[in-house]
Write a protein that binds this ligand. Structure first.
Ligand code: NAD
Length: 477
């Protein structure tokens, strides 16, 4: 029996009975031509009752008097009504909040798999963050990233600007009583909605705000570079140990999937042993009055701000530590931007097995951020390696007479959300962060050696470090 006949018979069968609006819509919605339904129903018009009445109305099928405008869907002219009843297809719904819902599959394994459905914690179970400093990074990246967090939420703000505090608090649903001036920073201690403090201030202020923050008993996430000297790093680590709070440096790259994939390839010797790495992180800056161009506030120029990514990422993907560095620094004479801090630093990291990392960081060229790991039998190239997004991974190796160049696309994530959720997980599960204060201090130690080398024009040796990932905590999930 065709659908048309089936419906016709059904309508006729119901002609003397009640036909509910839902039943009628369901029937009509099976792809039936409007005219056929109307014609069939017209023959019932001599019989009183709802079905007959329905035949006189448009396809929505409900007599005008019964229509509740607020709840009834009226198809626009030319659009057929929904073709099916709303149902839930089969799905596996584990009761545990941390287990993803598995939806009915419909894609073959020929294409890349979708990520599992997210498993966010309910808002009252998430770690609450106080953001200290409402500048570019906080407003442009961190606060929006909370929208993609599963374990973290913003609950307090600290700023010197009452206008910014008021507006940002309204935008992100933060209570007015959870907004603090820098003078009131210590009052965070009494805010039960704050478990973590995220320091997003100029580099020279990290040490003070980490140490004062630790005394409030809250865990501390600190932006990179950790501080302006190794001595400051030591004091920060000690203060957090004494206060029994966790300290993590916000090395987002170590939580970013493309950089982690490069690390896995290297650690698995996918194309043989790594031999040398070329790394570059450059951009163009302006505004001589900005703190980034003041030595006392920034600690240095391109090196601690963006060259640090080349340094930290090379250490991360290799897992080993350099034994010697060489630095060459330059600033264009007369350029007001670079009166106090370096415009460019070219530096080499030398490792015990002969591996070399050749790196350059610049504050006065068009944005360029990549590294290439040259291995015995191939190379791994990550473009936009240190950018917030847009990573492009390429590998090359030989197979017989063919040179295989592959572009690898992974599911992108928000790096800031991943980094904050990792810290939240460490707090919730009482674990050591993957990038603790010691990791930041090792970078600081190496940067001090690079500056010394550049000043003195000779290589500078570093203390030998045994083992892999000597300064890192357990792997993030
Ligand atoms: P920014 O200048 O935009 O913001 C700094 C904030 O600190 C401002 O809101 C300012 O009001 C406040 N502040 C308090 N005292 C100040 C003072 N004496 N001078 C200047 N500002 C003062 O800087 P930003 O780009 O947001 O950088 C903040 C920190 O975050 C830096 O340590 C930087 O290295 C780091 N950062 C990290 C990333 C990353 O990808 N992880 C990216 C950008 C910046």
């Amino acid at each position: 029996m065709s659908i048309t006949n089936e419906l016709l018979n059904t309508v006729l069968r119901h002609a003397g009975q009640e036909v509910s609006r839902k039943e009628f819509l369901s029937m009509a919605g099976r792809g039936l031509a409007v005219g056929v339904a109307a014609g069939a129903l017209a023959s019932c018009q001599d019989k009183p009752g709802p079905a007959a009445a329905a035949a006189t109305t448009p396809l929505t099928g409900t007599p005008a008097a019964e229509v509740d405008a607020a709840t009834t869907y009226t198809a626009p002219e030319g659009q057929s009504v929904p073709s099916s009843e709303a149902v839930s297809p089969p799905a596996r719904v584990p009761t545990g909040l941390s287990e993803p819902i598995e939806l009915e599959a419909w894609k073959s394994d020929v294409d890349p798999k979708s990520a599992p459905t997210p498993t966010p914690l309910p808002p009252d179970k998430r770690v609450g963050y106080a953001l200290v400093g409402l500048g570019h990074l906080t407003l442009e990246e961190l606060l929006p990233a909370f929208g993609q967090c599963k374990k973290s939420k913003p609950t307090a703000l600290v700023s010197g600007s009452p206008e910014k505090l008021k507006k940002v608090a309204q935008q992100y649903g933060i209570k007015p009583e959870s907004c603090y001036s820098y003078a009131d920073y210590e009052k965070l201690k009494d805010n039960p909605e704050v478990q973590a403090i995220y320091i997003v201030l100029p580099n020279s202020m990290h040490a003070e705000y980490v140490i004062r923050g630790a005394k409030t008993g809250k865990h501390i996430l600190c932006e990179k570079p950790m501080a302006n000297s190794v001595r400051e790093c030591e004091l920060m680590i000690d203060a957090c140990k004494q206060a029994k709070v966790k300290l993590m440096v916000a090395y987002r790259i170590q939580y970013e999937p493309y950089n982690r994939a490069v690390r896995d390839m290297i650690r698995q010797n996918k194309f043989g042993k790594p031999k040398y790495i070329q790394a570059q992180n450059s951009q163009s800056s302006a505004n001589p009055d900005h703190w980034r161009h003041k030595k006392a506030l920034a600690g240095g120029g391109a090196l601690p701000d963006i060259g640090l990514y080349c340094l930290n990422t090379a250490r991360f993907v290799l897992g080993t530590e350099p034994t010697e560095v060489f630095g060459y620094m330059h600033s264009t004479p007369g350029n007001p931007l670079f009166k106090e801090v370096e415009e460019m630093m070219s530096f080499q990291l030398r490792f015990a097995d002969g591996l070399v990392v050749d790196s350059i960081t610049h504050y006065n060229t068009h944005d360029s951020r990549f590294y290439r790991v040259n291995t015995e039998r191939g190379w791994i190239h990550l473009n936009n390696a240190y950018a917030y997004k847009g990573q492009a991974l390429q590998t090359s190796h030989a197979e017989g007479s063919a040179k295989m160049e592959n572009h690898i696309t992974l599911g992108a994530i928000n790096q800031f959300a991943a980094e904050m959720d990792h810290f939240s997980e460490c707090i919730l599960e009482d674990k050591q962060p993957h990038t603790p204060g010691e990791e930041g201090m090792q970078d600081q130690r190496i940067m001090e050696a690079i500056y010394q080398s550049a000043r003195e024009g000779r290589p500078v040796k570093l203390p030998a470090v045994k083992g892999k990932d000597a300064f890192r905590g357990p792997e993030p999930k």
